[in-house]
Design a protein around this ligand. Structure first.
Ligand SMILES: [Zn+2]
Length: 189
């Protein structure tokens, strides 16, 4: 099963107890919607695997060019793309290059109107935006945990039940296995 599909299924399943927990804590319905929207946006579009030609990357359609430099700059599963909290904040900051360029191209009057709208609406929407980002952070943290635990589990089972058809993390992501990983595998046998 492709790794992206697995992440989506696991996160979608976890969004149910997440929503239930927020309801149990008697969160405002606007905050619950923001939390779940951020969580699903990160799960389906803005996830750590944007550093790869992944399902999330393809989900951006023709807008995927926004993430092309990101993908080329970062190695898959590096600290900057996969470490919880930090990677989510960095992706949000990175994404701003696109509206920034658009505003630069659209001229002074559009820029002034955009700033005015931002300052008018930020006090109202700011708290919901924070909760939206918290949802994204939670989704990305689960992604990092599942990435790590799936590799650990595969390593564990490789030597026991599934010796015959085990694939390492790189093969699982349709990437060439680096020399150091092959040496580690050989060393374990
Ligand atoms: Zn990943």
């Amino acid at each position: 099963m492709p790794m992206g599909t697995t992440h989506r299924r696991l996160n979608t399943a976890i969004s149910v107890p997440l929503a239930a927990g927020a309801l149990w804590l008697k969160w405002d319905s606007g905050y619950i919607v923001s939390l779940l929207a951020g969580f699903h946006f990160a799960t389906y579009f803005m996830n750590p695997d944007l550093d790869l030609n992944s399902l999330g990357y393809k989900s951006w359609g023709w807008l995927r060019f926004i993430w092309w430099p990101y993908q080329k700059m970062l190695a898959h599963r590096c600290f900057l793309s996969h470490f919880p909290v930090i990677s989510t904040i960095l992706r949000i900051i990175y994404l701003l290059w696109f509206p920034a360029v658009l505003l630069l191209l659209l001229g002074t009057s559009v820029r002034a109107a955009a700033w005015e709208t931002l300052f008018d609406w930020f006090p109202v929407l700011g708290p919901y935006l924070v909760v939206f980002i918290l949802g994204m952070i939670f989704s990305d943290t689960l992604h990092a945990i599942f990435d790590t635990s799936s590799t650990e589990l595969k390593t564990f089972f490789r030597g026991t039940r599934r010796r015959g058809n085990s694939r390492n993390f790189f093969a699982h992501h349709q990437q060439e296995t680096p020399g150091w990983a092959n040496r580690r595998r050989a060393g374990r046998r």
